[in-house]
Design a protein around this ligand. Structure first.
Ligand SMILES: Nc1ncnc2c1ncn2[C@@H]1O[C@H](COP(=O)(O)OP(=O)(O)OP(=O)(O)O)[C@@H](O)[C@H]1O
Length: 240
């Protein structure tokens, strides 16, 4: 299997804290991989390294086999990597539709209203295209963030807590939309999410971080059955 994104032996220290210690990651086109782990496990730090916000002390990040460890977040975005954040970052004074068009305009191809409309449909947002993004409740705003991140067909999508604040109905829509992006567009999706049931349902592969290291990696069924994961993490959660 060829991997669009790889991270190898990533190490990050914050003073005396080893936030990441020899972490590796592989992501193939069309796969949805979930990243879970207790608070402070290093999930956000790994996202920051992969998206280029943080330069690791050790290790490297590869996109299509090329070393991009020293490339800026903007360079990575221009080359097909998109990320959403835990804190919402929509243009509140633009409509939902315009939020998507702006995301397409900044790249060389210009706006693609057809793609934007199809994405809004896939995300259950078509009736909200003319609504101001700043007026939306949290669950819908998160869906718009997903649609905007996917607006110019990224090859790698990093989603930070995409389901937080969503109702069960919105989570089902989100899962369908993410699946659509992976299966139909071939996008490689990595998501950090505290809702373990959601991750187990959506992802084909799950990685568990604990204390800056990969504790386990495998199918949702294998992760659920893993004793170390139960002890470190799932024991405190309601497994799916
Ligand atoms: N800027 C920073 N300065 C100092 N320590 C940091 C910094 N960012 C993260 N850390 C520490 O690094 C470790 C990993 O943090 P990180 O935020 O990556 O974990 P996380 O798995 O995303 O946690 P959460 O689930 O709470 O978001 C923690 O011990 C955290 O306190």
């Amino acid at each position: 299997m060829s991997h669009v994104l790889k991270a190898e032996s990533i190490g990050v220290r914050f003073g005396g804290v080893r936030a990441l210690d020899g972490v590796g990651l592989r992501l193939a086109a069309g796969e949805v991989c979930g990243l879970i782990g207790p608070n402070g496990a290093g999930k956000t730090t790994l996202f920051d390294v992969v998206s280029g916000i943080l330069r690791p002390d050790t290790g490297r990040v590869l996109l299509d086999g090329a070393d991009i460890t020293r490339r800026s977040p903007v360079w990575r975005a221009r080359h097909g990597m998109r990320r959403t954040f835990q804190r919402r970052q929509l243009f509140g004074q633009l409509t939902v539709g315009d939020n998507l068009l702006v995301a397409q305009e900044w790249r060389r191809g210009g706006a693609d209203p057809g793609r934007a409309a199809a994405l809004l449909r896939a995300c259950g947002l078509d009736a909200l295209s003319d609504a101001y993004a700043g007026t939306l409740p949290v669950g819908q705003a998160r869906m718009v963030e997903l649609a905007r991140a996917a607006a110019d067909r990224p090859r790698v999508l990093l989603l930070d807590e995409p389901a937080s604040g969503m109702t069960a109905e919105e989570r089902a829509l989100l899962a369908a939309a993410v699946r659509h992006l992976a299966e139909d567009d071939g996008c490689a999706v990595l998501l950090v999410e505290h809702n373990v049931a959601f991750v187990m349902e959506l992802c084909s592969r799950v990685m568990v971080l604990d204390l800056g290291q990969v504790l386990a990696e495998g199918t949702p069924a294998a992760i659920r059955a893993d004793e170390r994961v139960r002890e470190a993490y799932l024991g405190t959660q309601t497994p799916a």
